[in-house]
Design a protein around this ligand. Structure first.
Ligand SMILES: [Zn+2]
Length: 97
């Protein structure tokens, strides 16, 4: 049940939108590149692939979807992030608490 909710949410969230709030992204072929917020990045190690809604950092190895990005950024657990997003983005949907 919870896993379904998580997958659905990761699918609905726009990763590019979320990342671009924190990182200046530059277009580069099929992906977007920017400075990774998870380690001291002097280059642009962070790659965001809009078509797959995933990111990957070639510097520190962080990778995942929108929820993983927020987990790394805020240092919180998946449950905490999903709970927070549920309140922010899906207030009208019934969420099992
Ligand atoms: Zn990194």
């Amino acid at each position: 049940m919870f896993e379904d909710q998580f997958l659905m949410m990761n699918d609905k969230l726009n990763l590019v939108e979320i990342v671009s709030k924190h990182v200046l992204l530059q277009q580069s072929r099929k992906a977007l590149k920017g400075r990774c917020p998870f380690h001291k990045d002097e280059t642009t190690s962070l790659m965001v692939i809009p078509a797959s809604n995933v990111f990957k950092c070639f510097g520190c190895g962080a990778e995942g979807g929108p929820i993983e990005f927020l987990m790394h950024l805020e240092g919180k657990s998946r449950n905490e992030i999903v709970g927070k997003l549920a309140k922010l983005n899906f207030p009208k949907e019934k969420m099992a608490v």
